[in-house]
Ligand binder design. Structure first.
Ligand code: MGD
Ligand code: MGD
Ligand code: MO
Length: 779
């Protein structure tokens, strides 16, 4: 088993990108034993004739760089192209009881899954089975289960074609239980933007980045999680665009960047400073920070009026296109500066400085990530950012708009083609007419509801189209035992993970082709389509030979389960779809003509095509027919934490990603930009809190959730690491800290788990036997 090398902490003083990034890519290519020939696949990544990155959902330019990929995209590719295999030999040697003791890193590091397998309780191992047998048995169990008891989960990677088929399978089966990873991610966006501006997705394209004067950057760690976005940001900086960042941590990628693909920059001493203002907002302090900016903006407006200068607010836009302006002004004016400062953790002058730049910029873009969405008031956070943008007409003009940075590479597209628990969001009539499938009327389960169903026994069957459900969800310690009560658990996956190791009655592991692999059906290479974070839809195809001859494509697996389970439907020929994905695309185009008409031709155009978005044309599909200013329910993004503010020992914990992971996939134990090496068992803390709570750097602590204390939620021991984080806040890694998030601690309206502000207390514990101490002297 893998043992972490000597753990150490040393603040990272270099830029994001640069040689550190190139070195890290070389390391992983070596470790995954990628032959040089296969490494050439990187040249095809994100190219018009190539494959789309398996990592994040960031947009691909139509004129890509020679190597249009980033450190983390390259890692993701290497992870999939690995020559290591978790084959039948491996599974015959390891019981699940043993594998459950392995860390996430070791599980996936075993390499690609190679054969369909069924859990055998007698030997506590997975045993290979032929595909036909797997499909028949799964179909039989599904037919026997109550239709409302089965959940169809999707992690956001599967193509538009697979996703379309998958939701039809669920609906033909008889329910709308289609939660996906976006329920833990950007659902606050889908709900918030729909209400405020009438579209569930961002309004900007890559082209807009060329015209933006000012970026307001909230809670998104671009250097690790969407590094290719650093290119347009760097270009923007070179023409002196302003980037105002709000983040509790000084994230390296938001500070400085060296383009690892630019030889001159790699050799020279220069890096581009990214942020022009950096505000270390308190966890959950964004509502107050944005309210403060609006308050400052209103003051500037008053000054301009008094001095007979041009208005700061775009009154013409506000009058013609919005509702709710007066009420918002009244609410904002009711907040005192003292309150705004206290809640945001930022000084008035800092917020005024941000407002000043905003007021002087013509084209402003609001960019954000999990720092806004994963809060109790995550939806309000998103809507407050919209408020700020609307005040100066920054939606629906070039260079301006709202830019949620999505996570999984096709997470946005999956929603577009019907993976949603809400039947109102799918064109039921057309689905009935074209495909003879009746969309059930009753709303299905989102992720949190699926978890509730697991806990109370309503969910008896679970199909996972990718992902690592039981590791990604909140309240892990309560949910793992429930997961083992399932009558049927089918996991379609590329690599082994913890969700596969807690079997119930019937547990299946179905290995699929990865996205980089050539998918041949009837000897013909197939193409797929996806939609990126900017609503751009484009095609791709695989480039390397499959990891095993026994793998099936995701569409083939979905078709296999559907055929074995569902009554024959004369309008829906699963077998024809499995053999030719063009037919699936025809159906997608017929069901969603506005977005996907002529899909086959348009997806092949260089750079793909953009879906129409009414808000970009200043048409508002909202309740009022206008863009809506939204009032804030509260200034606290997290009431649960604030309920405990009386207690000085309660900190707010954010769960975060390292630079060496993709969600629950742990590539390694280094978080280079944050200076942590060789360990993930750390708790990032402010030095004053460390002293105040009676600890010293390097102490080991147990972390306990400080609300609903009757239910024990404990993680640790973790080692205390002094870090530049606001007082009262601390940080630990996802997914290790997930047992601390109560299932009910989620965003209002969107039900996104509030993983960025969990009230916790700490208790010192003796050093764990065998624990590798962090070398703090190097700090
Ligand atoms: N390499 C890599 N790439 C990825 C992923 C990955 O795991 N690894 N995951 C993918 C997925 S699914 C997603 S959703 C995205 C996630 O990408 P991000 O949206 O960047 O999500 P996180 O890494 O969780 O970090 C959020 C950032 O928000 C900050 N933050 C935390 N709390 C607050 C707050 O209250 N206010 C503000 N203003 N900031 C806060 C944190 O310091 C951190 O910088 O990345 C995608 N891309
Ligand atoms: N505490 C806390 N919890 C969080 C978050 C957080 O910030 N904090 N973030 C949340 C977010 S934003 C998200 S998106 C979720 C992520 O939740 P998930 O999407 O469920 O999790 P992943 O870790 O992305 O899933 C990894 C697994 O996907 C499988 N896989 C990889 N590629 C493929 C493929 O091409 N096809 C198939 N079929 N399988 C594949 C592999 O087996 C791999 O083990 O976690 C959420 N949970
Ligand atoms: Mo995500």
């Amino acid at each position: 088993m893998h043992l972490p090398p000597h753990a150490r902490f040393k603040p990272y003083t270099h830029s994001a990108g640069g040689w550190g990034s190139a070195h890290s890519v070389a390391n992983i290519l070596f470790r995954e034993r990628i032959p040089a020939k296969a490494a050439l696949a990187l040249f095809k990544q994100n190219k018009p004739d190539g494959f789309s990155c398996v990592s994040c959902a960031w947009a691909k330019p139509d004129n890509p760089h020679l190597l249009e990929f980033c450190e983390n995209g390259a890692k993701a590719t290497a992870w999939e192209l690995t020559s290591l295999r978790a084959d039948e030999d491996f599974f015959s040697k390891h019981t699940l009881a043993e594998l459950r003791t392995w860390p996430d890193y070791d599980l996936e590091q075993r390499g690609r899954l190679t054969r369909p397998m069924r859990y055998d309780a007698a030997t506590d191992t997975y045993k290979p089975v032929p595909w036909a047998e797997a499909f028949a048995a799964i179909g039989q169990t599904l037919k026997a289960l109550p239709r409302e008891s089965v959940v169809f989960y999707a992690s956001g990677r599967a193509s538009l074609e697979t996703s379309f088929m998958y939701q039809l399978m669920a609906r033909s089966y008889g329910n709308n239980h289609l939660p996906d990873s976006s329920n833990m991610c950007h659902e606050s966006t889908s709900v918030g933007l729909q209400e405020s501006i009438g579209v569930p997705v961002g309004t900007v394209t890559l082209n807009d980045f060329k015209h933006t004067d000012c970026f307001l950057f909230f809670g998104q760690n671009v250097g690790s999680n969407s590094p290719r976005m650093l290119h347009p940001l760097q270009e923007a900086r070179k023409r002196d665009a302003q980037i105002i960042t709000f983040n509790p941590l000084r994230e390296r990628g938001l500070e400085r960047f060296v383009n690892p693909q630019n030889p001159l920059e790699m050799l020279g001493p220069d890096s581009t400073p990214i942020s022009t203002q950096y505000h270390q907002v308190a966890l959950g302090g964004d509502l107050a920070a944005m309210a403060g900016m609006i308050k400052a903006l209103l003051a500037l407006e008053a000054e301009a009026v008094a001095a007979h200068k041009p208005s700061v607010l775009d009154h013409a836009f506000i009058a013609e296109h919005t509702t709710g302006f007066d009420a918002l002004v009244q609410q904002i004016e009711g907040y005192s500066w003292a309150e705004l400062e206290r809640r945001s953790g930022l000084g008035r002058s800092a917020l005024e400085a941000a407002a000043q730049v905003y007021a002087q910029s013509e084209r402003v873009m609001g960019v954000y990530g999990m720092g806004l969405t994963q809060h109790r008031h995550g939806v309000a956070n998103v809507q407050m950012l919209v408020n700020l943008l609307l005040l100066r007409g920054n939606i629906g003009k070039p260079g301006a708009g709202i830019c949620p940075v999505r996570g999984h590479s096709n997470v946005q597209g999956q929603r577009t083609v019907g993976i949603t628990e809400d039947p109102k969001k799918v064109p039921g009539e057309l689905i009935q007419q074209v495909l003879g499938v009746t969309v059930p009327e009753e709303k299905g389960f989102c992720t949190v509801e699926a978890c509730e169903g697991l806990l109370d026994g309503r969910v008896k069957g679970f199909i996972g189209l990718g992902g690592n459900f039981i590791r990604a969800v909140p309240d892990t310690s309560r949910l793992e035992p429930a997961w083992q009560q399932l009558d049927l658990n089918v996991q379609i996956a590329t690599k082994l993970n913890r969700s596969h190791l807690l079997p119930g009655a019937n547990m299946w592991l179905l290995p699929c082709l990865g996205r980089i692999e050539i998918d041949r059906q009837n000897g013909v290479e197939q193409q797929w389509a996806i939609e990126d974070s900017t609503g751009c839809i484009h095609g791709w195809h695989g480039h390397s030979e499959p990891a095993s001859e026994h793998l099936l494509s995701e569409p083939a697996i979905v078709a296999g389960i559907a055929e074995a389970t569902l009554e024959a439907n004369p309008k829906l020929d699963w077998n024809a779809w499995r053999q030719d994905y063009r037919k699936v695309r025809e159906a997608i185009a017929a069901v969603y003509p506005d977005i996907f008409h002529n899909l086959e031709v348009r997806m092949a155009e260089p750079g793909g095509f953009h879906r129409p978005l009414a808000a970009t044309k200043r048409e508002w599909n909202t309740e009022s027919g206008k863009a809506q200013f939204t009032l804030m329910p509260t200034l606290d993004a997290d009431d649960d934490v604030n309920a405990g503010t009386g207690r000085r020992d309660v900190l707010q914990l954010m769960t975060m990603r390292s630079n060496d992971q993709f969600n629950t996939t742990i590539y390694g134990y280094d978080d280079r930009f944050r200076g942590v090496n060789g360990t993930r068992k750390v708790l990032f803390m402010n030095t004053n809190d460390i002293a105040r709570l009676g600890f010293v750097a390097g102490d080991w602590v147990k972390v306990t959730t400080a609300v609903e204390t009757a239910v024990p939620r404990v993680v640790g021991p973790l080692q205390v690491l002094p870090y530049d984080i606001p007082q009262g806040c601390c940080g630990g890694y996802y997914p290790e800290c997930n047992p601390l998030v109560p299932l009910w601690h989620h965003a209002e309206k969107s039900k996104v788990p509030a993983s960025k502000a969990i009230p916790v207390t700490l208790m010192k514990v003796p050093v764990e036997a065998g624990a590798v101490p962090i070398d703090l002297k190097r700090a």
